[in-house]
Design a protein around this ligand. Structure first.
Ligand code: UDX
Ligand code: UDX
Length: 436
């Protein structure tokens, strides 16, 4: 395999992971970003995001001279063979993906790209964007390619280096093959297709995952009403290889920087071509209701009086990030539940191993503490919202002694209910009868 000169534009978790991993595969990579302070920190090897293995790969890449950082993209792309766009495509007010960052980078680099350079869209973009980018660049000598990422936050490096598949789409076969070749050492199945299909793979996969989770959360609700146990039900379902065991864990709803925005964008894409994607709409609505259901469950378990009021009730929250292993609060279902609890008057003390200090956006909703025992102290109950392994290792008899009410609402079935029962705590899990 030949080492390639690659530029990655955007150093978020997607761009930085892509750049550092491509450097680890032997390529020469420049990661560029508009944020000069971030570039200065990254050049010193300071990685500001919590992503296992990423800081090590960045340090290795810098030390080996294969990874550099630059402010702005026009200068960086001058001798590039491949340029990856990894800038944000957030959800606009109408649910459609906002392509302003992609468009601004494309206009910036269009004239600077060397002839024959391949421009790759890695950002999640609506079907048709690759064609639109080609139009914006306006250079027949610069082919465009769609190469969606499937990186989960918290395991992005692992996912990059151990992909289930590589998807590359382009109207230029040669450009698609050149991009696919960058990953050759990974030995993953590779789908070479047209640009529109590659773009759709990403949305179709994320929307399927979101629908799977809404389905599981609905089955968990049914389990509670029928006296069944969701863990046994999903285990029994998951042995069917057509279903699989993964992505079957109930929770407070799905969130994060991708599933909510990609499902909303897919709804827009569908309606733009006159297709009402009712199934996906139902999965999105059901996810919004899931947060309400969690709040109702907390009120039933910890509320006061006949109406189970949460007004002035102190509650401890374990976890605020959208899942464990990340410091990301974007579209976090845990945070959404916290906001709903606060709106009902609860006083919230939260602990999250991924967060420290003053997190913007938390003021007025929760007070953040470093010590989970502090969150338990004097609380009418603890609500487990994110599956951090640290929570399993708590001394539960000590927690029981600190709680005003010996109750845990475990929205993710993360803790062992028998262990809590032995500590004198009643555990209300998801999709199973309360234990205690
Ligand atoms: C983002 C999108 O959320 C996702 O849809 C896409 O697939 C990849 O990019 P993420 O890496 O999490 O994911 O983005 P973010 O953490 O917001 O980082 C983006 C970086 O791009 C920032 O460092 C920002 O400074 C930089 N940027 C943004 C540019 O360099 N140029 C711009 O014009 C805009
Ligand atoms: C997702 C996709 O998995 C990834 O392929 C894509 O590239 C980006 O979007 P990510 O946003 O990092 O990755 O999170 P993911 O691990 O998929 O979890 C999404 C949400 O679903 C989280 O809120 C998580 O807690 C929830 N979830 C996941 C469950 O509730 N149960 C599960 O079994 C799995």
């Amino acid at each position: 395999m030949f080492a390639r000169r690659i530029v990655v534009v955007g150093t978020g978790y997607v761009g930085l992971t892509t750049g550092a991993c491509l450097a680890s595969l032997g390529h020469r990579v420049v990661c560029s970003d508009v944020d000069a302070a971030k570039v200065a920190r990254l050049s010193r090897g300071e990685v500001g995001i919590l992503e296992p293995g990423l800081a090590e790969l960045v340090a290795e890449g810098i030390a080996a001279g294969r990874l550099e950082f630059a402010v702005g993209s026009a200068g960086a792309v001058a001798d590039a063979e491949v340029v990856f766009l990894c800038v944000p495509t957030p959800m606009g007010a109408d649910g459609a993906a906002d392509l302003a960052a992609v468009e601004s980078v494309v206009s910036e680099v269009a004239c600077a790209l060397p002839s024959g350079c391949v421009l790759v869209c890695k950002s999640t973009v609506p079907v048709g964007t690759s064609a639109r980018v080609a139009e914006l660049v306006g250079r027949p000598d610069v082919p465009t390619v769609s190469n969606p990422e499937f990186l989960r936050e918290g395991s992005a490096v692992h996912d990059f280096l151990n992909p289930d598949r590589i998807v590359v789409g382009s109207d230029s076969q040669d450009a698609a093959e050149r991009v696919a070749a960058l990953y050759a050492r990974l030995g993953a199945p590779t789908v070479l297709t047209d640009a529109a299909s590659a773009e759709l793979v990403k949305y179709a996969a994320n929307c399927f995952l979101a629908t799977k989770l809404s389905y599981v959360n609905a089955v968990a609700e049914l389990c509670e009403r029928l006296g069944a146990n969701i863990s046994d039900v999903t285990e029994g379902m998951g042995y069917d290889r057509r279903i699989g065991q993964s992505f079957l864990q109930p929770g407070p709803g799905w969130g994060g920087s991708c599933l909510p925005k990609d499902t909303a964008a897919m709804m827009r894409v569908a309606s733009s071509v006159g297709f009402e994607f009712e199934l996906l709409g139902a999965a999105i609505d059901s996810n919004a209701r899931q947060r309400e259901r969690v709040v109702d469950k907390v009120a039933d378990a910890c509320g006061e009086g006949l109406r189970r009021s949460l007004e002035g009730v102190r509650l401890g929250l374990l976890g605020l990030t959208f899942k464990a292993g990340t410091d990301d609060l974007r579209d976090s279902p845990a945070l959404a539940v916290a906001e709903l609890l606060a709106a009902r008057g609860a006083e919230l003390v939260a602990c999250d191993p991924g967060l420290c200090g003053d997190e913007p956006g938390l003021q007025g909703v929760v007070s953040l503490v470093d010590d989970p025992y502090e969150a338990a102290k004097g609380s009418a109950g603890l609500v487990v919202l994110t599956e951090w392994p640290q929570f399993r290792a708590l001394e539960w008899p000590r927690v029981a002694g600190l709680l005003a009410g010996p109750v845990v609402v475990d929205t993710r079935n993360h803790l062992d209910p028998d262990m809590l029962r032995r500590a004198g705590i009643t555990c209300h899990g998801a999709g199973r009868v309360a234990v205690g």
